[in-house]
Write a protein that binds this ligand. Structure first.
Ligand code: PLP
Length: 499
């Protein structure tokens, strides 16, 4: 080798200098995050500056690009790293995960399959996930996905495939276009996440064949009503094939009666899919665990480590009881990808054969570093902490006198609103709550989202950040009260102006 530095040497040198600067930048960013607003709407100029970024003709030094990161990108984050972010189901970053993203990008394999470390790390971390939620994987398979939506698509694809096989035909050969087979029907609740319905649409089931059973007052699916719908559909010549239970609905955190649904699915010989994307981890809290009985009986279980487990986006997971049926449903190996197990690059059956994705990112590395860094006891403590916080806000709301809960505090979600009363008639409350949510978001003191609970507009707060404090809960109550009063006085003034 000559004196000329190799390109690998110069890559390493650049990574070393820019990498250290980047870590300092990230550390400063995260350290200061709690002092700033949770969210702030972007000024037009900043929006424009980012939108108009031009592809540079020549290579740019990384320190200049990092400066753009600092000044333009980090100045307007989504907000989910802040301890008073209670929106949707977006968790804050975790140090292990941040490092994991960096390390994973440096190795950057495709995790389609093959005899390299990433394959076995995915097997190990998926086993960890299955163990955490009490799902037995022997004979089954689990794999990481882009999220809960992809997990649902894969689970329902397996369900659809099995139903056709049982009826003596192949959905892969025939598709659903011919109309020669009885239409397949899926059963969900009115609280089931939209991704499940979307999966059914993509799979050609059709919205008309997704029975949406109205949840009860506690947001739970009623197994007897599912059973009745299944009987009715069979009587009409349709083919029930899948019932979906939620292990923590996104709206209110309600957990469906999973054990009863598992009984029903077994009796009717239909697939039982459980959507645990948001809430399955709730099983780790002894106060909640009994509600999750039956989750382990699912034919497929969707998880989302990029939610409660704080793995950097993206990281979802699907666990499937019968590995064979999933491989049968999705394996399509072109000649150029054919390998032999134990020979050359082969390795165990490729993840890509069980998935929609071919080239797959190194999610396992982010998952491994996050979970191993936090540790099992840390995961359990963090889940319990989030449940405590949600219950704490529930107590504050109930004791407030001017606000009310719209559903029992489920898992780690609280849904509430100002009490209907003389200050604000019920008829004006929905519009008021909608406006209030936007105003709270814009003000940046805390971040909540809206939800519809039993037909009423609600303020929704979801707890996933163990660093949130009791003080932060009081901020939510104070801020909702302040914004509500502001809105009422504004509309009062407008009203007077018109008079
Ligand atoms: C978030 C969520 C999903 C969708 O998962 P993505 O990771 O966003 O694709 C599905 N179901 C539930 C209950 C969820 O909370």
């Amino acid at each position: 080798m000559g004196a000329q530095p190799s390109s690998a040497d110069s890559l390493a040198a650049e990574l070393r200098s820019a990498g250290h600067a980047a870590i300092d930048l990230l550390a400063d960013f995260l350290a200061k995050l709690p002092d700033g607003p949770v969210f702030r709407p972007m000024p037009d100029t900043a929006r424009q500056r980012i939108r108009d970024l031009a592809l540079p003709e020549s290579a740019q030094p990384l320190d200049a690009l990092l400066e753009t990161c600092r000044a333009d990108l980090m100045a307007y984050p989504m907000g989910n790293g802040h301890p008073r972010f209670f929106g949707w189901v977006n968790s804050p970053p975790e140090v292990g995960g941040i490092i994991g993203a960096l390390v994973g990008a440096a190795i950057d394999p495709s995790c389609a399959g093959g005899d390299h470390a990433a394959t076995y790390l995915e097997q190990a971390t998926v086993r960890w996930l299955a163990d955490l939620v009490g799902y037995r994987l022997d004979g089954g398979i689990g794999l990481l996905t882009s999220g809960g939506s992809m997990a649902a698509l894969i689970g329902l694809a397996a369900a659809r495939h099995r139903a056709a096989l049982e009826d003596g035909w192949s959905v892969r050969d025939d598709g659903l276009q011919g109309g020669e087979h009885a239409p397949l029907v899926a059963y969900v609740s009115s609280e089931t996440h939209s991704s499940v319905g979307k999966a059914a649409e993509i799979l050609g089931i059709g919205r008309r064949h997704v029975r949406t059973i109205r949840a009860d007052a506690r947001g739970r699916l009623v197994p007897d009503e599912v059973a009745r719908a299944v009987r009715d559909d069979r009587a009409r010549g349709l083919r029930p094939f899948c019932v979906v239970g939620s292990a923590g609905t996104t709206g209110t955190g309600a957990v469906d009666p999973l054990d009863d649904l598992a009984d029903l699915a077994a009796a009717e010989r239909i697939w039982f899919h459980v959507d645990g994307a948001y809430g399955a981890l709730g099983i780790l809290d002894p106060r909640l665990a009994p509600a999750f009985a039956g989750m382990a009986r699912a034919d497929s279980l969707a998880l989302d480590p990029h939610k409660w487990l704080r793995v950097p986006v993206d990281c979802g997971c699907i666990l499937v009881r019968d590995a064979g049926v999933l491989r049968d449903a999705l394996s399509l190996v072109p000649a150029y990808l054919r390998t032999e197990q134990g020979q050359g690059f082969g390795g165990p059956p490729w993840f890509a054969e069980y998935s929609v994705e071919q080239t797959r990112p190194y999610r396992a590395l982010r998952l491994w570093l996050t979970l191993a860094h936090v540790g099992r006891s840390g995961i359990v403590a963090s889940v319990g902490r989030c449940v405590d916080l949600a219950r704490g806000l529930g107590v504050l709301v109930e004791g407030s006198g001017d606000m009310e809960l719209l559903a029992p505090v489920g898992t780690s979600v609280v849904v509430f609103r100002p009490k209907p009363g003389s200050a604000l008639p019920e008829s004006e409350l929905d519009g008021h709550v909608r406006a209030l949510v936007h105003r709270v978001q814009e003000a940046g003191r805390c971040f909540v989202t809206g939800a519809i609970v039993d037909g009423h507009e609600a303020i929704r707060a979801c707890f996933l950040n163990p660093a949130t404090t009791e003080y932060d809960l009081q901020v939510v109550v104070d801020e909702v009260r302040r914004v509500s009063a502001d809105l009422r006085s504004e509309s009062h003034q407008v009203g007077r102006g018109h008079a």
